[in-house]
Design a protein around this ligand. Structure first.
Ligand code: PEP
Ligand code: MN
Length: 358
């Protein structure tokens, strides 16, 4: 089904030169924390304030959100700062209470968008309420574009025309520099399929670390996504949830100020796409190096247990020969491949020696 005739999430934002920026704490914790953060963000020019009231947690025992009382704090943010307010909803009760409190933008979290029953319940509640509210649907935790589109369709079918998507990366098992690695080709394909749909990027949940927020935000703008949702807290180190990825409003201001919004008149699009591919390949390469080193350490452990020396010359020579030949076949120089393999081998040896001396 077509998702068309959409209206902007917020008039005047998300258009060229004016990305839609939403910022605020992962969770509303206390009235003071909410107001302090909100005032600073508003002074820094942020127009949309986000805060989680109901928090889906991976394991029981974490902070599950302050609950309904937080809605009154958001209301106060709206009255005192003029910012629009946004929160996450996952159930009928959440939607009803958020609408009642005048929340302007609802978002559906990644764990909820993966569940069609939950999304349909939200859609039904929205349809019954018949209010003009904006709804953003985060990608499901798993990289399933159809499931994501299905969730968007359910909300759209409920009569929501101020609709958008949020890419927050996908969960995975293993090691990565990201908390939820982005898979840019998925939102890019979403854009191809639903060209009218605004797509916001959430670098905070993607990166999981403060230092990745800026670079990921720049990548998002380079790819011409509609906007950014960034977690910001007046005292991140003391945050009750997601403290490693939250930045102070001051830092957020610096990050936003340093972002380059590309001139849409210039046709650098294909160059950007190619650079994105390079970024993606480099990340994959790093992850592969990481995996290779893990295996090398396992081999180191084996050698230790069997009192074997770290380097076996014959194995090393054979490895270099076959890899260099393959590289030459692929159009790379033999020297280049030798240099790379030598560096990789040196690092493997270093890792194995570490294991041996443990
Ligand atoms: C959030 O935005 O605070 C959140 C819980 O995000 P996600 O659903 O992307 O994990
Ligand atoms: Mn969070």
């Amino acid at each position: 089904m077509a998702i068309e005739n959409l209206q902007p999430i917020v008039e005047g934002l998300g258009v060229a030169g004016a990305p839609l920026i939403m910022a605020g704490p992962c969770s509303a914790e206390t009235e003071e924390q909410v107001m302090d953060t909100a005032r600073q963000l508003a002074m820094g020019g942020v127009k949309i304030f986000r805060a989680g009231i109901w928090k889906p947690r991976t394991k029981p025992g974490g902070f599950e959100g302050i609950g309904s009382v937080g809605l009154q704090w958001l209301r106060r943010v709206k009255e005192e700062t003029g910012m629009l307010i946004a929160t996450e909803v996952a159930t009928r009760k959440h939607v009803e209470e958020a609408l009642e409190a005048g929340v302007d933008i609802l978002w559906i979290g990644a764990r909820t968008s993966a569940n069609p029953f939950a999304v349909q319940e939200i859609a039904d509640t929205l349809q019954e309420a018949g209010k003009d509210v904006a709804v953003l649907v985060k990608n499901p935790v798993n990289p399933d574009l159809e499931l994501w589109i299905g969730a968007l369709e359910r909300i759209y079918n409920a009569g929501i025309h101020r609709l958008g998507a949020i890419h927050r990366g996908f969960s995975f098992y293993g090691k990565s520099i990201y908390r939820n690695p982005p898979q840019w080709h998925i939102p890019i394909e979403l854009h191809r399929r639903l060209p009218e749909l605004p797509i916001v990027i959430d670098p905070s949940h993607m990166g999981g670390k403060r230092e990745l927020v800026g670079p990921l935000a720049q990548q998002a703008l380079d790819m011409k996504f509609t906007g950014l949702m960034i977690e910001s807290h007046c005292d991140p180190d003391c945050a009750w949830s997601d403290k490693n990825q939250q930045v102070t409003p001051d830092i957020l201001k610096i990050i936003l100020g340093s972002l380059v919004v590309r001139n849409t008149e210039q046709t650098t699009e294909s160059l950007e796409t190619l650079r994105q591919q390079i970024d993606k390949i480099d990340t994959e390469m790093l992850e592969l190096f990481g995996k290779r080193m893990e295996v090398a350490r396992e081999i180191g452990q084996y050698k230790k247990e069997h009192s074997m020396p770290v380097v076996q010359e014959s194995r090393y020579d054979g490895l270099i020969k076959s890899r260099v030949a393959a590289a030459v076949n692929m159009g790379m120089s033999a020297d280049f491949m030798k240099t790379v393999l030598q560096a990789v081998h040196e690092e493997s040896v270093r890792q194995q020696v570490e294991i041996l001396n443990k």
